[in-house]
Design a protein around this ligand. Structure first.
Ligand code: ADP
Length: 199
């Protein structure tokens, strides 16, 4: 069983890498950004509440994403493992995730942190904004705000996972394939008991 947190600032490549890794290791991919965008598209009450917050580049309330993740964990009781993408994003979210996973007899195996310079992040996000249709990718000020929110609220999680002995830094620059390779090396180095159900 393996449960991974794929971590990094907006534009670090979490979504792209998650789709490769979830296939390679048969993990259920849970992206809170995607889940929230689905809620918006479906016109739900949650989507309605999240829409403006996301457009401003702020974080939605912790309780909202924690409840959404709990629903997904409930729906996938026999999953070999999970790949969390864009979650947790605050220390209270990380605490809640640990607690939830204990309830399901699981734990976080590792937090893989994609390291990318600010210049590269902005260039990637501006590029993505021309094709993704995401309004939060189209405006440089919103992008800078998201990176600022990341520094202030999300980066402290590095210490949280370092203290737990679960932090792994990975160079997030270069070709998609190279980055996937680096991530896989990290995953394959994890102690055997953390990945026995897929090996
Ligand atoms: P990116 O990593 O490029 O910012 P995401 O798809 O992960 O993209 O997130 C898009 C937006 O959704 C975030 O800017 C934020 O408003 C909201 N969001 C996603 N995940 C969370 C979370 N765990 N906590 C709070 N807000 C979130």
């Amino acid at each position: 069983m393996i449960n991974l947190v794929l971590f990094g600032p907006p534009g670090a490549g979490k979504g792209t890498q998650s789709s490769y890794l979830s296939r390679a290791y048969q993990l259920v991919h849970l992206s809170t950004g995607e889940i929230l965008r689905d809620e918006i598209a479906a016109g739900t009450e949650i989507g309605h509440k999240a829409k403006d917050i996301i457009a401003r580049g702020e974080l939605v309330p912790d309780t909202m994403v924690i409840d959404l993740i709990q629903l997904k964990l409930d729906k996938n009781p026999s999953a070999k493992g999970f790949l969390f993408d864009g979650f947790p994003r605050t220390v209270p979210q990380a605490l809640a995730l640990d607690k939830l996973l204990v309830h399901y007899g699981r734990n976080v195996s590792a937090m893989l942190s994609l390291e990318v310079t600010k210049e590269v992040l902005i260039a990637r996000l501006m590029g993505r904004g021309t094709t993704s249709g995401r309004s939060d990718d189209a405006d440089r000020r919103i992008i800078e705000n998201r990176i600022e929110v990341y520094r202030e609220k999300t980066e402290p999680l590095i210490k949280y996972y370092k203290d737990a002995g679960k932090y792994e830094a990975v160079n997030g620059e270069g070709s998609v394939e190279d980055i996937t390779g680096r991530l896989k090396e990290c995953i394959d180095r994890l102690p055997k008991n953390k990945k026995e159900t897929y090996s």
